[in-house]
Design a protein around this ligand. Structure first.
Ligand SMILES: C[S@@+](CC[C@H](N)C(=O)[O-])C[C@H]1O[C@@H](n2cnc3c(N)ncnc32)[C@H](O)[C@@H]1O
Length: 181
């Protein structure tokens, strides 16, 4: 059977561009960030979270792993343009809340929309945004619907937008990707 995590990585890997920046817009405990930073050792990797604890946990993981190319930012991803002034080849969003922590600190539609649309603006040619969505909670389901509607309006000559979803398991996580030409 398909391993969703591995499939997600397979879609992202072809978009690695040596020396071009990348971003993890929902850093959490830093696991996705570590993967990204190790794939792009010569690039600057930006990471955002609104929780101080997320930055502390991630900083420890980066130090323990010997990773030095990340820039950890304690702010909403909606403000990404205040921090990123260069194109990115990969942008990761793992929406929702951090498992095992306060479920009230979850990504929300207005800031998610601002962040995704801002990330599209700075996406390098042949770049990818990969957005993991968790429809098992109400805000996650609404975020997925909002993003599906918004991303369906992007110009097909400039972007390819796709969705991968398990049809016989309505609450399973799914993902949406945006590739730039
Ligand atoms: C599902 S977790 C991410 C897991 C992470 N990718 C990892 O590998 O551990 C979602 C994260 O998004 C963060 N978050 C919520 N709202 C945010 C916002 N407006 N800007 C940036 N991060 C936000 C939460 O604090 C939480 O840590």
């Amino acid at each position: 059977m398909i391993d969703l995590h591995e499939f997600h990585k397979q879609l992202v890997r072809p978009h690695i561009q040596k020396g071009v920046a990348a971003a993890d817009f929902t850093m959490g405990n830093g696991h996705d960030l570590l993967w990204l930073a190790q794939m792009l050792p010569d690039s600057r990797i930006y990471a955002f979270d609104v929780q101080q604890q997320a930055l502390a946990n991630t900083r420890r993981l980066m130090t323990d792993s010997g990773v030095t190319n990340t820039r950890l930012i304690l702010d909403s991803h909606a403000n990404l343009k205040q921090y990123i002034h260069e194109p990115i080849c990969i942008g990761l969003f793992n929406l929702g809340y951090l498992p095992g922590s306060d479920k009230r600190i979850t990504t929300m539609r207005p800031s998610t929309l601002a962040a995704v649309s801002g990330a599209i603006d700075i996406l390098a040619p042949d770049g990818i945004l990969m957005i993991a969505i968790y429809p098992g909670h109400a805000e996650g389901e609404a975020e997925g619907e909002m993003l599906s509607q918004y991303l369906a309006t992007l110009d097909r000559r400039k972007y390819c937008v796709g969705k991968f979803r398990i049809l016989n398991s309505a609450t399973s996580p799914y993902f949406i990707f945006v590739e730039s030409k």
